[in-house]
Design a protein. Sequence first.
Lengths: 286, 464
Amino acid sequence: MVLTNDLELMLQEVYSLRVRRGIHRQPTQKGNLQTLCGFVKNGLGSIPPSPSHPYELNIGQLELLADQLVNCGGQCAGVPVELLDVDHVYRIASPKDLTNSSGWYKDDEKTDAETAWTNLKNEYDNREDLHAWLPLADYASGPYRGLFNFSWWTPHEPTGEVFPSAHKMGMFSNWVASLVFLLRCKVKDAEPGLTAFVPTVVDAFPQSVFHPMKDTPKPAHGLAIDLSSGPSLTTGVEEFVLAPIEVSHIDVRPLKLEANTRLRYVDIDERSTQIWEALLSYYKVL
Amino acid sequence: MSIDDKDGDHSENDVEEAWLKELLPAHGLPSLSESRVDETQELMSAPSALLWLQELQLIVAGERASKILRLGEASQFVRVIIDSSSERILARRTLNEALAEFLQEWRPSLADDNYAQESILSLITAFQPAIGFIRLSNYMREGGRFNNNYQSLAAYGPTDLQLMALTALRAFYPAPPPSTHEPGFQTYVGILRQHATNPEYAGYAVTELLKLEIFKTQDREILESIAESPISLERILPYLLTPARRAYAPEDLRNVFAHCIEIGSWALESFESIVGNQGGSVDYVAEIDFALKKRYSQSSILVPVISMKDRSTYPILLTREEIEAYTQHRYGSLQQYPIAQFLHDPLISRSALGKELTLRLEQRLKAPDFRSNISAAGDFEAQLERNGARLAISNDKICVRLQHNANILLEGLSKKALNCYLQILMYRKYEKFLKPEPRQVNPREQVDEILARAKLAFISASQK
């Protein structure tokens, strides 16, 4: 059994290390990072309990942090990358993320995302072409935004049971919902060319798992941390952040992740002390 | 370890170290008395109603917000805990017990915390505890309202908790129950009927009532809902076109189309555009022309046909009255077509152009007084001139002369309108020789004046 204080201490240490390595590897973001750290220390303290890191905030604190992140304007400010040799980029999204991020046509499915998932799954199962993806534009309009107005993508298609792919994308098992939408963004079709950005420490500020790429030499992509590679963690798949994208460039595929499958990957969970120990070791040598 | 770009150089300057020390947490071991087992992990390994109750309280209080935000909503967070539990059946059973106990004390109120309500509604929708239905329906049938514009972080913007509450109730009755006399079902139908008269929720409520077979597409309520809330059609029509409803589509579409005819042109246009958004189209068998009226009594009639992208087609069989009304709408909308666009549209044939211009002039010359007709004819001429055309007389007939000298005869103009226009031309020619007409006094004004005078006389007489 993991003790809450052990976890809390490890998260504090992860935060310290993340900030120190972040400043060192991405000096261009130093000012923003300083502002955000100051905000966590002083601004969020107004809502008890006073946080010592930004990874387990309550709703009031999260709302304040969200405003601060927008005001600091440092998001999607990493190195812009033209995705020339990539056909598609992929993302694992929860039902609510998809219905809220896009101009979902049916209002009642916005407030009841599981029904949106069920209806889309029925359509998907009745399709003629078994390998087909469903065009998101059939269900939504406008841009797909993502939380805080940007979203994380990788050129590696999640396959099989999804969890191994999610771990390579730096996601814990419990960050993956039981009902998910796989999203595929058509990079080649995007007109004008879709611009992706190398993620910065500001983009990743509210999350505990992140590998900051060095500002110099100019990076061609971000890199996730492969959480399944423990105890000595290694880098995972390439990753990018994208500013809001028109839904016409996105295809969708609904997937149900069975409980029995999840149980096989339950050890790569946010509550596992081993994984935090491995992450601390990773950050220490970064 | 295969880290791509290790450098091993971690030297920070003193200033940097100072602010880092100030802003980052100072590490220290907590006392043993503060140490406790992580509640969620305990719940996963040994689920109990008590632990769930504790977890639900933390969820609703917003203490789990960071984790919930990653998964979208409270119900997904709870599903992940259940699926990660080694005792899944026990986890689900004890969750139901805890939810029932938690909701026993819950009373919805507009004054409540919006985040808490969003979380509770998400849990009721996903897990359908009976007490959740009772609490919600009791509140809503008495007119209780939730915030319809909550700026939710999880929803990345405004979210409608009222609609969320309706969808939570829907989870209990996705289809009609075996007995429609069931009190819970009757209460739910009552709540939907309440919302069917609210323009904001009419579309949703009417569609749900259709799904529950309380309303039929031919019902007057459907027409009223579309008429009062134009966006209702955006919800009703896609539902009627779903594969589940296909068997009833010919009748459903006919009924709704007939409602649209009764409502007016905008409803018909809306119908066409929504069918278009669903990947279909509305095509018409015959050209729209009043001459067709003569044939209406026969079997050959104007038939709109809906074609969907899966190649299914639905002819809409209308009654003679509906066809007439429909043709009037179509013809009426043609008249509203701006003249500039009309004159230069290559797709409009010369004969159609002639008919349309004739009709427009005819309508302008219908005023009972001559002066209004002069002014209306002047406006019509000015519109034509702005588009490089003008009215002219050719062989005792009125025609429109276009830039390229291609005259369009207004052959169908009535004798009355033709005479009126000729009089206008005569009037314009001899206007300068006419004396100005004396000012006409309104008889009503005269009466008022006499009454006022009489009143004054009466007052002065009574004072004396």
